[in-house]
Design a protein around this ligand. Structure first.
Ligand SMILES: [Fe+2]
Ligand SMILES: [Fe+2]
Length: 315
């Protein structure tokens, strides 16, 4: 595995951010506690089993790709079911689920049907969705919006408040110069949506593509994300959750912590480690170790979010 050194502030050849990313890639089962812009990590097993008083938890899943049936995963419905089982086995039932897009592989009605049917098995009360490019590039998102976008704005963006935390679902799966795009209309809505919020309100942004530039050569970023991020920099705690790249990567910038998620369907190569992005075949017995769910616990006292990525099976 290649170690990436992006910023070497202490001139010792060790980049803390790069190191954090590498730890994530190595799949060491790290617990991320994010508060006041400082990320710390702990090993699995040291995590409190339930949210402390006043806190709550939610789960992020991503990139289920219903309908995909190539060698990288010939049964994506089965692995989504395993993900649901993992969620239902958590010590604390999450208040809700966030699905960060690529629900389907080809936006077919039967693929959306399967997704809905499997997700009905989740114990959490509700699942919130945003579309990936596989959900809205075939029919301009018509079917997605009919099924999952009721009450949303534009191509499916919206916000809601939950126990003192403000959640914003953004749609960046339209393309702009080979990267994701939010667009002027959505950016104006976002600025207005955040305007009246106190800067002490914890903010969670979730979208399909990363809102930071992970790897532009592969389109892993959002062309106009800087504008969106400029609106949230005044807030004390901002967590940005994405999918699309089918692997865990983390980055912290000031009070903003970025996390990309594993897929429930198939892994993709690390940036630059292959000629192109795409489904990556691993030995069948290893597949579930590179797929996973993310359990996020909000700690009321510190207004911080503890982010735990769990593979579907042990590594
Ligand atoms: Fe995907
Ligand atoms: Fe995607």
């Amino acid at each position: 595995m290649k170690k990436t050194i992006i910023h070497d502030h202490q001139k010792d050849g060790i980049d803390r951010r790069g190191f954090l990313q590498c730890m994530a890639w190595a799949g060491t089962g790290v617990v991320w506690s994010v508060g006041a812009g400082v990320a710390t990590s702990r090993a699995f097993g040291q995590t409190p089993s339930a949210a402390p008083d006043g806190g709550f938890s939610f789960v992020q899943i991503s990139d289920s790709h219903m309908g995909f049936n190539k060698p990288a995963n010939p049964d994506v419905t089965a692995t989504l079911r395993v993900a649901v089982d993992r969620i239902n086995a958590l010590p604390q039932t999450p208040d809700f689920i966030l699905h960060t897009g690529d629900l389907t592989h080809s936006s077919k009605p039967e693929e959306f049907d399967t997704l809905e049917q499997v997700m009905r098995g989740v114990k959490a009360k509700q699942t919130f969705y945003v579309p990936g490019e596989h959900d809205n590039s075939v029919d301009d998102g018509k079917l997605y919006l009919e099924r999952f976008g009721k009450g949303t704005k534009g191509s499916g963006w919206y916000s809601f408040d939950h126990r003192g935390v403000h959640f914003v679902g953004l749609v960046n799966s339209a393309a702009l110069e080979g990267m994701g795009k939010l667009g002027v209309e959505q950016l104006e809505w976002l600025a207005a949506d955040l305007k009246g919020k106190s800067s002490s309100t914890p903010i969670v942004l979730f979208a399909h593509l990363p809102l930071w530039t992970v790897y532009p050569d592969w389109g892993w970023g959002t062309k106009d994300s800087e504008e969106a991020l400029s609106y949230v920099r005044r807030f004390g705690s901002v967590t940005v959750l994405n999918g699309h790249i089918h692997q865990v990567m983390q980055k912290v910038e000031g009070n903003v912590a970025f996390h990309t998620a594993m897929s429930t369907a198939f892994p993709q190569p690390a940036p630059g480690s292959a000629p192109a992005p795409g489904p990556m075949k691993v030995p069948a017995e290893q597949l579930q170790s590179v797929l996973g769910i993310r359990n996020v616990t909000f700690v009321q006292q510190t207004h911080s979010l503890a982010v735990i990525d769990e593979p579907l099976s042990g590594r």
